[in-house]
Design a binder for this molecule. Structure first.
Ligand SMILES: Cc1ncc(COP(=O)(O)O)c(C=O)c1O
Length: 390
């Protein structure tokens, strides 16, 4: 992949498409351009691309191809699952306070419409305590939705353990509780075998794993039931109607296939080395600490708290120096609000504002990390000189 001069450390936001993925997609724009639902040859060739991608993804998740539903991304997957299970706005939902907004805001919407929602707070280290989930279960609980890895602090919860315990609880219940995990950030790094996770729904997204944007999927176990969000054709068993985005689906399949390639382990090891180097060097700066558990975190995630530094100022300064990171803050309607994920972990608002996410990708190098550390150290010193917090 062609390297740019700039350092891209925002891979949790999106990744650069892999050239092998791009190559696989191109024929589906101009040669196999048919509508995958048409029965003529053009349609059949496009459909073959969709089915092949579905087959690859089902192998990866260890499920049947007909348990995969293609969508436009994880936002749509998560909305379809949550709104689909609670289409009658009845019953109880358990989720966490630090889910991605596409789960959190959907849960809040359902709550406004009458669904009883319990939001579990993560522990200080950004891990969900499974006991808190089990204690929250009620007679009318219908769905538990817990993210696999957090997108801001990269902390990884033990989804397989939660799934196993929930299966035991379900054995004693007539009204079974469905289990969903938003696995968007974990997909590249963790075991995605849905049988081991004991999940009924698992959401994944292509653009976080070196695939194209605008395509995602979710696993839906055969026992799970959903009302569709949209009505139309019979694509995806009527759960997600609409003409297939064939090039994107083909690219998504290739991106998943690359995760199973033999050099994947080495890629993760390289990221871990770079991550640990940056953490070690950054913690040498006075007033810097790591947000989220040191060990139970993704190999590509570094989330640093800088005392007496404004996160957005640091982000902009780094951008001027050619480094792209992100803050834990979201810019909402002109006012900067502190990250809900960091706040839910008990981090004070002023510290949440001073946090920076560095998310590594497979194209990053140790040279970039060394350059970044130098830039970071200088930037923090300069910003603190003019800090109003002093
Ligand atoms: C954990 C998590 N869930 C869901 C999403 C939404 O994914 P998409 O961009 O495919 O809608 C993201 C994207 O940042 C994410 O990190």
């Amino acid at each position: 992949m062609k390297k740019q001069n700039k350092i891209y450390f925002d891979n949790s936001a999106t990744t650069q498409i892999d050239k092998e993925v791009l190559k696989e997609m191109i024929p589906y724009f101009n040669l196999q351009f048919g509508n995958a639902s048409s029965i003529h040859e053009f349609g059949q060739k496009a459909e073959a691309g969709v089915l092949n991608a579905k087959y690859i993804i089902s192998k990866f998740l260890n499920c049947k191809p007909n348990e995969i539903i293609f969508t436009s991304g994880a936002t749509e997957s998560n909305n379809t699952i949550l709104q689909g299970v609670f289409s009658d706005f009845k019953g109880h939902l358990i989720t966490t306070m630090f889910e991605h907004p596409c789960v959190l805001e959907t849960a809040k919407y359902l709550s406004r419409r009458g669904v009883d929602v319990t939001f579990i707070a993560p522990e200080k280290n950004g891990i969900i305590d499974p006991q808190k989930i089990f204690r929250a279960i009620k007679e009318n609980t219908r769905l538990i939705s817990i993210m696999y890895a957090n997108n801001e602090v990269g902390t990884v919860s033990n989804i397989a353990h939660i799934g196993k315990k929930l299966a035991e609880i379900n054995e004693k219940r007539t009204n079974k509780i469905l289990f969903h995990s938003d696995a968007v950030q974990a997909c590249y790094f963790r075991d995605m075998d849905v049988k081991k996770l004991r999940a009924d729904f698992v959401s994944i997204s292509s653009h976080k794993i070196y695939g194209p944007k605008g395509v995602g999927a979710f696993f839906m176990s055969e026992r799970a039931k959903l009302s569709p969000l949209m009505y139309g054709g019979q694509q995806e068993y009527g759960i997600r109607p609409g003409t297939y985005n064939v090039p994107a689906i083909v690219g998504f399949g290739k991106a998943i296939q690359l995760i199973s390639s033999k050099d994947h382990k080495k890629i993760i090891e390289k990221m871990k080395k770079i991550r640990d180097y940056i953490i070690k060097e950054a913690l040498k700066i006075k007033g810097v600490s790591l947000n989220g558990d040191k060990d139970k975190r993704l190999e590509n995630n570094i989330n640093l708290l800088f005392e007496n530094v404004e996160g957005e100022s640091l982000l902009l300064k780094l951008d001027l120096c050619g480094v792209a990171c992100s803050t834990g803050s979201a810019c909402a309607s002109g006012s900067l609000s502190a990250s809900h994920a960091l706040l839910s972990m008990g981090i004070k608002p002023e510290n949440a504002h001073g946090s920076l996410r560095i998310s590594l990708g497979k194209y990053n190098t140790m040279e970039e990390a060394k350059k970044f550390v130098m830039i970071l150290k200088k930037s923090v010193i300069q910003l603190r000189k003019f800090s109003p917090f002093k």
